[in-house]
Design a protein around this ligand. Structure first.
Ligand code: HEC
Ligand code: HEC
Length: 309
């Protein structure tokens, strides 16, 4: 028995040693255009996120040891794929802003930095103060309308012009919400893309919503706040350049805690395809919206910008 243990132990040691030689390459790739942000904002992101979301990964000695290295290397590879601050110049201004929103959302929800990593790497933790610094910076950027929205609008206008020819009257959803063509002139407050279904989304807020963001009155959102979320197919070429494809749908959430009391104070509507076909079989289509938005009920059912004061 003793002999067996000895053999097993030696086998383990040999395995661990030989494992050290199997090292998926993380690669020290070049930094084409590093994130540009105020020094205090950048310092937080460099400290907490750059190990996995940049080409400037700083591995500690204990990260180099197998099997830890396998996991770290895989985090780095996946992390860079979704968000890489070292290729910041490759993103449009709107996408940059969108990625930063997503970053703050991920931190806020406790999803980033990866918990097991922050546990070991104490410098990767993001404190409440750090988060406040990031949010303040982003709120400051809400006013600048990024250049690319102009292009998005131009495309939308074409699509819209076609739809208008077919449809003189604005479509109405089954719960009585009229399509709001003006959303394209609202502020872009976030973008997101879903790898699972290959769409890109832009989230717009009307004046009431933007004012509420600025004044931190977003939980609950004031009556009159409206969000529009438009989705396009996502087209990606071999170089990884991403553009919007065909228009899929636009969704609205209109805040009015009296009129829409039955549906948690929000009027939900979805219009599909450039023809803007109202979604659903009957009024109960809103149950679907609500059930998916329910995890955000402490945030007034809104996903974007989940700021808790
Ligand atoms: C230990 C590595 C690691 C660290 C540190 C880390 N991330 Fe991540 N991050 C990942 C991985 C892996 C993914 C992709 C897997 C997933 O979606 O869960 C990811 C995904 C993301 C995404 C989604 C990107 C997309 O569009 O797919 C965002 C945003 C993000 N991280 C932000 C951050 C921020 C902000 C920080 C710093 C506060 C951070 N991460 C720190 C590994 C890391
Ligand atoms: C499968 C889950 C799911 C369903 C069903 C769903 N949503 Fe959402 N919705 C989301 C997520 C997640 C976001 C956050 C933005 C993103 O990731 O695209 C969102 C965001 C939104 C936004 C932007 C404001 C915000 O909360 O961030 C609007 C407007 C919206 N949804 C409307 C609707 C309407 C109208 C319906 C029903 C017709 C609906 N949603 C059904 C998951 C869902």
């Amino acid at each position: 028995m003793k002999k067996f243990m000895l053999i097993a132990a030696s086998a383990m040691i040999i395995l661990l040693i030989s494992l050290q030689f199997f090292r998926p390459e993380i690669g020290h790739l070049s930094v084409t255009g590093d994130l540009q942000a105020p020094a205090n904002v950048k310092a937080i992101l460099v400290r907490a996120c750059y190990d996995c979301h940049s080409n400037q990964t700083n591995l500690r000695w204990y990260d180099q040891i197998q099997p830890v290295y396998w996991q770290v290397a895989s985090h780095v590879r996946q992390g860079r794929k979704g968000l890489n601050f070292s290729n910041w110049d490759k993103l449009s201004p709107m996408d940059r802003k969108g990625k930063l929103w997503e970053a703050v959302n991920q931190i806020e929800q406790g999803a980033m930095p990866i918990k097991s990593y922050a546990f070991v790497h104490s410098d990767a933790r993001v404190s409440k103060q750090d988060l406040a610094v990031l949010k303040n910076y982003l709120i400051g950027t809400v006013h600048e309308t990024p250049n690319d929205t102009a292009k998005l609008r131009a495309r939308e206008k074409q699509v819209q012009a076609k739809a208008d020819q077919n449809q003189q009257k604005l479509p109405e959803s089954l719960n009585g919400i009229t399509y709001i063509p003006d959303y394209k002139n609202w502020q872009v407050i976030s973008t997101s893309d879903r790898f699972d279904n290959g769409t890109m989304r832009v989230i717009y807020g009307n004046d009431v919503a933007v004012k509420a963001i600025k004044e931190h009155h977003i939980n609950p959102w004031p009556n009159g706040a409206i969000f529009a979320k438009a989705a396009w197919d996502k087209l990606e070429d071999e170089q990884g350049n991403v553009t919007t494809g065909a228009f899929k749908q636009v969704e609205f959430m209109i805040k009015d805690d009296i009129k829409f009391r039955q549906t948690n104070g929000w009027g939900f509507a979805r219009f599909k395809t450039p023809k803007l076909k109202p979604y659903g079989k009957d009024v109960m289509f809103t149950a679907e919206c609500i059930s998916c938005h329910k995890p955000m009920k402490d945030n007034d059912f809104v996903f974007t910008f989940p700021i808790k004061n």
